[in-house]
Design a protein around this ligand. Structure first.
Ligand code: ATP
Ligand code: MG
Length: 588
């Protein structure tokens, strides 16, 4: 908190400035508008726009996925189309039902839905690539018969060497001209489990001299003696991602297949495989097209599943849902709202050029979303005793404050004031610095929603630490009474009464890394951890907080936005997480 933020109003936004979803145009909308005008995807019984979000169930979703989710589901919503949630579960070794469940939960929490409305027939558009394994296989046999694929039996080393590199064309495999009948026989025996992994592989037959490495006879099926979380032990050959993904899109009649830029070089193969399968009668025109956008890079955050796993496995964080994690479960537990994330995704937009989004943009969206909604409350995070020496012993005087400064209809919070209060340590200075208007001997401040007091001094322990501050109050200065107008003070501080405050645990979260780009330029993100990313304090909050239910978000005045932790908080004994401070104070 910056100096004397207390004298300013923090609630400057009215509800009118809250999120109004006016779609901002971008290059993808331009493409869709063009396709709509041209009637590209006018098909019987199908919407003109069908997008998909295709996670691999091998980890928890993160903020980067949120961008893709908001983009795909958002386009479907805005163009009255639909968006499929599809599990791209073609890699059995790393996938698990646990991940399927959390992904479903996260997409729902973000506010999206893959079900048609009841008027549209109420169909569900939740799909699993593994349900298409038979079709993938049939297409592979077709490709072999049509001369578009062959079984290669080179060793992995030979295959790598013969692939060439960017400056050197590849060399045809000695097995490339094997007859279709021979390839088909081997492929069927691969499927029957007659071979070990690595003995044979099915490859598309395209062009070993292509300048695009992805077109140099890419592998499309490999042997994997692995148990699949949905198909069990039915298969011992599994399709490669680059082969399966376009076919999944085509099977589901996707129109616009949106992915991140690193797939740009894969697009020629995307088109190739769908065209070949369409020639074979597996798909009808118009077929899906792939479009790439820049992935989200957020400062102070890593978004690679592998790196996030490292943080969990090395106990740097308490789990995937640790509030410091950029996973959707972590961000949710931290206290972010789905609306704030949607606003964020809308605000950062979609482009075709890579860049970094500042973390403060995300925090700004949370503040913008919560400011008009969040009830206000008082919390003293670093308590110091304030004793009002002339206050009647044992007396508790009722005070109240609005639940929300712009919504009188939301009523008031009730609490009391008494002789002993808790205030913030930083609201007292024995020797004030320039421009300090809070408590120091001889100065008057208003105890917000209470009385004006004049500081008279402080008690210290043997080491010279301040242990209590003393003051006298003016009985006719109570907020809301006529007399209060007679007191003009510059400082206005918050407090809770020692008699009715609730002692709670508050977790003050901050950025997980000290470096804005923790995994860029060869840096080791594990050496850039922010030691102050979590500070746990014993705080005092106003008495009404005992009724707070888990997941309730509020603004602790002068401090920021907080949430009652969804895991550890219980009614009567809340635990609060700081989502973000009121202002961007990072590095200042
Ligand atoms: P990671 O690299 O962290 O493992 P991934 O891309 O492998 O992520 P998938 O489950 O394959 O994870 O991703 C599902 C979708 O989310 C893909 O369409 C992918 O392009 C998109 N996506 C992943 N990371 C980002 C990001 N940082 N920004 C935008 N979209 C992303
Ligand atoms: Mg991926």
């Amino acid at each position: 908190m910056s100096n004397d933020a207390n004298t300013k109003k923090t609630d400057t936004k009215s509800d009118a400035s809250a999120h109004t979803p006016a779609p901002v145009s971008n290059f993808l909308r331009g493409i869709i508008d063009h396709d709509l005008a041209a009637g590209t995807y006018t098909r019987d019984g199908l919407p003109n726009v069908i997008t998909r979000f295709p996670p691999e169930p091998n980890g928890y979703l993160h903020i980067g996925h949120a961008k893709s989710i908001c983009l795909n589901f958002g386009l479907a919503r805005d163009y009255a189309g639909r968006c499929h949630l599809r599990f791209d579960d073609t890699n059995p070794e790393k996938e698990d039902q646990e991940y399927v469940d959390t992904i479903i939960d996260s997409v729902k929490w973000l506010g999206f839905d893959w079900n048609d409305s009841p008027e549209q027939g109420g169909g569900s558009h939740l799909y699993y690539a593994s349900d298409y394994f038979d079709t993938f296989y049939a297409i592979a046999e077709y490709l072999i018969n049509a001369g578009h694929a062959y079984v290669d039996s080179q060793s992995a080393d030979d295959m790598a060497a013969n692939r060439g590199d960017f400056s050197k064309p590849g060399v045809n495999s000695p097995f490339r001209d094997r007859t279709a009948a021979e390839s088909l026989d081997l492929f069927r025996r691969m499927k029957a489990g007659e071979f070990q992994g690595g003995e044979h592989i099915l490859r598309a037959k395209i062009d070993m001299a292509s300048p695009n490495m992805n077109m140099r006879d890419p592998a499309i099926y490999r042997i994997r003696q692995a148990h699949h979380h949905r198909t069990g032990d039915k298969w011992c050959i599994y399709p490669m991602y680059d082969y399966a993904h376009p076919l999944e899109d085509a099977i589901e009649n996707i129109t616009h297949s949106i992915c991140t830029l690193e797939f740009q070089d894969h697009r020629p193969f995307y088109d190739w495989i769908i065209e070949r399968a369409a020639e074979g009668g597996f798909f009808k025109q118009p077929v899906p097209r792939q479009y790439e956008f820049a992935r989200l890079n957020l400062t102070y955050v890593v978004t690679s599943k592998r790196k996030l796993r490292q943080l969990v496995e090395q106990n740097i964080v308490s789990g995937w849902d640790d509030p410091r994690m950029p996973t959707i479960v972590g961000i949710r537990r931290r206290g972010y709202t789905p609306e704030a994330l949607q606003l964020f995704c809308e605000r950062i937009g979609v482009t075709r050029s890579d860049g970094w989004i500042d973390y403060s943009t995300l925090e700004g969206c949370l503040r913008e979303d919560l400011d008009p909604k969040a009830p206000r409350a008082t919390a003293v995070l670093r308590p110091l005793k304030l004793i009002i020496d002339n206050f009647p012993e044992g007396e508790n005087v009722a005070c109240s404050a609005p639940v929300h400064p712009h919504h009188p209809e939301r009523g008031n919070r009730e609490f009391t004031i008494s002789k002993e209060l808790w205030i913030e340590q930083e609201d007292f200075m024995e020797v004030p610095s320039k421009g300090y208007f809070r408590l120091f001997p001889g100065n008057k401040v208003r105890l917000r929603y209470g009385y004006v007091v004049e500081c008279t001094g402080a008690d210290k322990d043997a080491d010279g630490n301040i242990i209590a501050v003393h003051c006298n109050y003016f009985a006719d200065s109570k907020s809301g009474t006529e007399g209060s107008a007679n007191y003009k003070v510059k400082g206005n501080i918050h407090w809770v009464s020692a008699a009715d405050a609730l002692e709670v645990e508050v977790r003050l979260y901050d950025r997980l890394f000290t470096d804005a780009n923790p995994d860029a330029g060869g840096k080791d993100f594990m050496t850039l951890l922010n030691p102050s990313a979590l500070e746990v304090v014993k705080a005092y909050v106003e008495p009404g907080m005992k009724d707070v239910t888990p997941d309730t978000r509020l603004q602790f005045e002068r401090h920021g936005y907080f949430v009652a932790d969804r895991v550890d908080s219980v009614v009567g004994k809340p635990v609060f997480n700081r989502v973000t401070t009121l202002k961007d104070s990072w590095g200042k």
